[in-house]
Design a protein. Structure first.
Length: 153
């Protein structure tokens, strides 16, 4: 867990300076896509336990939600002006045209992830299941409004 925590802290510490260092729109797009991919991978592990598709292990759930919690803060620094074009991406134009709504959706997801993280630290599967549902709802709401079905340039 110590190595996991250290990696999370280093990732978070480098995220803010990294956001200012995107040389090209493609760099920002790749950064945010990578952060979402890591987050989805670890969230999927907890989701599998919550759905009974994987055996429940409280430590594994807590470790994975800690990663999800850290990763949930990272991609939004990479939705910088100009990164709506460049490498293929699925961000809708509304990310930039309705920034306040996008920011609210991101903050809602982050708040639900924080609740999931707290539930996982408590080690109670039923609490994790409830929190997973709320995280899934927050993710879906953001995807519905701000994520295109197909990649665009």
């Amino acid at each position: 867990m110590t190595r996991l925590l250290m990696a999370a802290v280093v990732g978070l510490a480098t995220a803010l300076p990294a956001a200012a260092q995107f040389q090209k729109p493609e760099d920002a797009i790749k950064y945010r896509q990578s952060a979402f991919t890591v987050m989805a991978n670890h969230l999927g592990r907890v989701g599998a336990m919550a759905q009974g598709r994987a055996p429940f292990d409280a430590k594994v759930a807590a470790d994975n939600t800690a990663i999800v919690s850290t990763m949930s803060m990272l991609p939004f620094h990479a939705f910088v002006p100009g990164s709506d074009k460049g490498a293929p991406n699925r961000a809708k134009a509304e990310v930039w045209s309705d920034g306040a709504k996008f920011k609210a959706a991101a903050e809602k997801m982050q708040a639900e992830v924080a609740k999931l993280d707290a539930a996982a630290k408590g080690g109670n599967l039923d609490a994790i299941k409830g929190a997973m549902g709320a995280v899934g709802g927050a993710c879906k709401a953001c995807h519905d409004d701000f994520r295109a079905e197909r990649y665009s340039n």
